[in-house]
Design a protein around this ligand. Structure first.
Ligand SMILES: Nc1ncnc2c1ncn2[C@@H]1O[C@H](COP(=O)(O)OP(=O)(O)O)[C@@H](O)[C@H]1O
Ligand SMILES: [Mg+2]
Length: 225
């Protein structure tokens, strides 16, 4: 279904009202992402990259403008439906991994599936995903603080995939990793994109952005190229 728009942003503004004045974090951004695309978002610090990714991930609500995910206009959905859309369509990968420290790697991966199915996962899918990102069964019993940064990011990727999302959103996915481990993570994201997932990734590193099909550059909350 290539050519199918999975993300459509129309004239999106995000304005933070601060005591010292308004901060216009997104200043009329329009963006369309086709199914299967791999897009990098670049731009200097403070240009609105994370704010933009948070809108795409429905982790935040635009001040104005429209956001359609998989054809659904998010403004027209109630909280239950928005939660479902986030949970079922979108996988999140963060710079700092954001694993739950008290859960094992296995339990971290299983967790979004429990939220979806309201019961523990007995299909073995969490183990399969962990294996596919190079985390053994034995290692899956470890908590995040017993794993290296690269291993934690692998677990986070497996977690992002557990509900089989269409879209992967990554905010500086290699930002906390050494360059060799970073490249392994990028190879993994490339494979996931080759197998049909749409990826939108924020990075300030042009070598990392080179993995994408298309790069968007933000400055002061606007797309400049
Ligand atoms: N929760 C917030 N409250 C107020 N201002 C914010 C908030 N989040 C981001 N900003 C401001 O919005 C602008 C864009 O921030 P951000 O999207 O984090 O940029 P980037 O990810 O490109 O570094 C910055 O000026 C930042 O200070
Ligand atoms: Mg940021």
């Amino acid at each position: 279904m290539s050519g199918n728009k999975v993300i459509l942003l129309e004239d999106v503004y995000k304005i933070y009202n601060q005591r010292f004045g308004d901060v216009i974090a997104l200043n009329g951004v329009s963006l369309s992402v086709d199914e299967g695309e791999f897009i990098a978002i670049m731009g200097p610090s403070g240009s609105g990259k994370s704010t933009l990714l948070n809108q795409l991930g429905i982790l935040d609500v635009p001040t104005s403008g429209e956001l359609l995910i998989d054809g659904h206009n998010t403004r027209l959905l109630d909280d239950t439906r928005l939660t479902r859309l986030r949970r079922d369509k979108i996988g999140y990968i963060f710079q700092k991994f954001n694993l739950i420290p008290t859960l094992t790697a296995y339990e971290n991966v299983e967790y979004p599936s429990i939220l979806q199915k309201k019961r523990r996962d007995d299909s073995g899918r969490a183990y399969e995903l962990l294996e596919s990102v190079g985390i053994s069964r034995e290692r899956a019993g470890h908590t995040p603080n017993e794993l290296s940064g690269g291993q934690q990011q692998r677990v986070a990727i497996a977690r992002a995939l557990i509900n089989d999302p269409t879209i992967l959103l990554c905010d500086e996915p290699t930002g906390n990793l050494d360059s060799k481990t970073g490249l392994q993570i990028m190879d993994m994201l490339t494979e996931l994109n080759d197998s049909g997932r749409t990826i939108v990734m924020v990075t300030h590193d042009s070598n990392i952005a080179d993995y994408a099909d298309r790069t968007i550059v933000l400055a002061d909350g606007r797309i400049v190229s």
